[in-house]
Design a protein around this ligand. Structure first.
Ligand SMILES: Nc1nc2c(c(=O)[nH]1)N[C@H]1C(S)=C(S)[C@@H](COP(=O)(O)O)O[C@H]1N2
Ligand SMILES: [Mo]
Length: 236
């Protein structure tokens, strides 16, 4: 409660909420108000982060000798449970506000112009790794398939049931890629095969692996961790 109280005091000092709200917040008759308050603050936080996001600021890049070896796996389950997607039959499905929703095979994705990056992935658990990824810039892909880039969100569904979504300006950021390679080789299942999102301007959980569906929408899609209270924007 102490940190919530501090947050509340900060919010009051900033004039975001009135002392009356604060009284209600303390009301033991309305235990939900604390949660409502936190959700309100998180939504406000999303708006501020989105407003502060500069679509031209690049995330730091690193030298090859700075790459973390071995890499570090993370998912909401153990590495032994990673599903294996057959690359030969794989298709990336497209949905929502996209003109050409024809699915993409891995061969078709590999034939598109590729970009590489050596960037840092930061997990909310409190660790970071530097890795090397290459793939198709998401902005170029979205324009190619005729996505409505005035929509607010791009959402992702994964082979393991994971899902996430990002704001359109971040989707169009030059370092946001549909990664097909890790450390110069095709992705392995644990690290996201056949296709993962690599977005170095956001936290690790906004980098869905094993993507099977991508959609463009104005309806807030949420995400696996986002729906459990993690901040949606989550810039890094
Ligand atoms: N499909 C899928 N993607 C996922 C996750 C997951 O559980 N499933 N976990 C996320 C989290 S919390 C992190 S930190 C990164 C870890 O990526 P890595 O295994 O390449 O280090 O993947 C993200 N993408
Ligand atoms: Mo994470």
């Amino acid at each position: 409660m102490t940190s919530r109280r501090k947050l509340l005091q900060r919010a009051m000092a900033l004039g975001l909420i009135s002392p009356l709200d604060a009284c209600n917040y303390e009301d033991p008759q309305h235990p939900d108000l604390a949660d409502d308050f936190l959700h309100m603050m998180s939504a406000w936080n999303d708006r501020v982060q989105a407003a502060l996001f500069n679509p031209h600021t690049l995330a730091p890049t690193f030298r090859p000798d700075q790459i973390t070896r071995p890499p570090r796996f993370n998912a909401y389950y153990d590495i032994s449970q990673v599903p294996v997607v057959d690359p030969a039959t794989y298709q990336l499905e497209l949905g929502g506000q996209i003109a050409d929703k024809s699915p993409w095979t891995l061969a078709q994705l590999n034939a598109l112009p590729q970009e590489g990056q050596i960037t840092r992935l930061t997990c909310v658990e409190g660790w970071r790794v530097i890795g090397q990824w290459a793939g198709v810039p998401l902005g170029q892909f979205l324009r190619r398939v005729g996505a409505d880039t005035t929509c607010r969100y791009v959402s992702f569904r994964c082979a393991d049931g994971y899902y996430s979504s990002i704001d359109m300006p971040s989707a169009l950021h030059p370092q946001t890629i549909l990664a097909l390679q890790f450390l110069g080789q095709p992705l392995t299942p644990a690290f996201g095969a056949p296709v993962r999102l690599r977005i170095p301007t956001k936290l690790g959980f906004k980098n869905p692996k094993q993507i099977v569906q991508l959609a463009v929408t104005n309806v807030y899609p949420g995400g696996y961790w986002e729906d459990q209270g993690y901040n949606w924007f989550s810039g890094s």
